[in-house]
Design a protein around this ligand. Structure first.
Ligand SMILES: [Zn+2]
Length: 241
């Protein structure tokens, strides 16, 4: 975000000085820029990049496939994303949709309110888990976009991450289960404040998390855990889940 503000200030100063400034495209896209309008039936890497950004809008209990194919589920997720930000909900990703995404992301493609550093306090390499470093990072990126959607739905109040990716050594030190999703990079533990742990667990059901563990599930009295394991497992009996 900061560089955009600087760019704006620079452009303003030049404009005030009477110099001609050609407007540059919105660039919070140090990592990715979309070059065409996307709609149902299309496919490609640009669709896959879009799917990552709207992965938090699959609808209750659903998980959006990140496969590069713009099918009905992707159209529905794009529509929910558009509606969440007051855009016309046509399910077609064009200029307004991409501009909103650029506003919501940093130059490393993480959403503005979450970071790789926050999702990994175990090591700097993302290595030593159950998958490759690249896969662990990619999984964490999807988790961040799901959390960004959840954060917005909760009124843009902060969501506090207390644990993310863990190597085997970090997971053992934390007392995690031997098959913990934290080893894959896609699990995130959330702490209370400003939202209650139950509020987090309940809301997570709308944002693409197949795994939700919270108060009432053994060992989860002080955090709510979310992940994207392959099949649904939700348990937070103290929260009615
Ligand atoms: Zn956890």
């Amino acid at each position: 975000m900061l560089h955009k503000i600087i760019s704006f200030v620079t452009a303003t100063v030049l404009a005030v000085a009477g110099l001609t400034v050609t407007a540059a495209p919105a660039h919070a896209d140090g990592c990715y820029t979309w070059g065409r309008t996307l709609s149902q039936g299309m496919n490609g890497e640009d669709v896959r990049q879009l799917q990552i950004r709207v992965s938090g809008y699959p609808g209750y209990g659903a998980v959006l496939g990140i496969d590069g194919d713009y099918g009905p589920a992707t159209k529905a997720a794009v529509t929910r994303f558009q509606q969440a930000y007051g855009l016309p909900g046509d399910g077609i990703a064009g200029g307004q949709t991409f501009t909103k995404i650029y506003q919501l992301q940093d130059d490393d493609c993480t959403p503005v309110n979450f970071s790789y550093a926050e999702l990994n306090t175990c090591n700097s390499t993302w290595g030593g888990g159950a998958v490759s470093s690249a896969t662990a990072r990619a999984n964490a990126l999807v988790s961040m976009w799901k959390l960004q959607a959840m954060r917005h739905a909760l009124g843009d109040g902060a969501i506090r991450v207390t644990s993310g990716f863990r190597s085997v050594a970090c997971n053992n030190a934390a007392g995690g289960a031997s098959n913990s999703r934290h080893l894959y990079g896609d699990a995130v533990d959330l702490g209370a404040g400003p939202h209650t742990l139950c509020r987090l667990a309940q809301q997570a059901r709308n944002h693409g998390f197949n795994g939700i563990l919270g108060p009432g599930y053994p060992g989860h009295g002080d955090h709510t855990h979310v992940d994207h394991r392959s099949g649904r497992f939700w348990s937070a009996s103290s929260c009615g889940i």
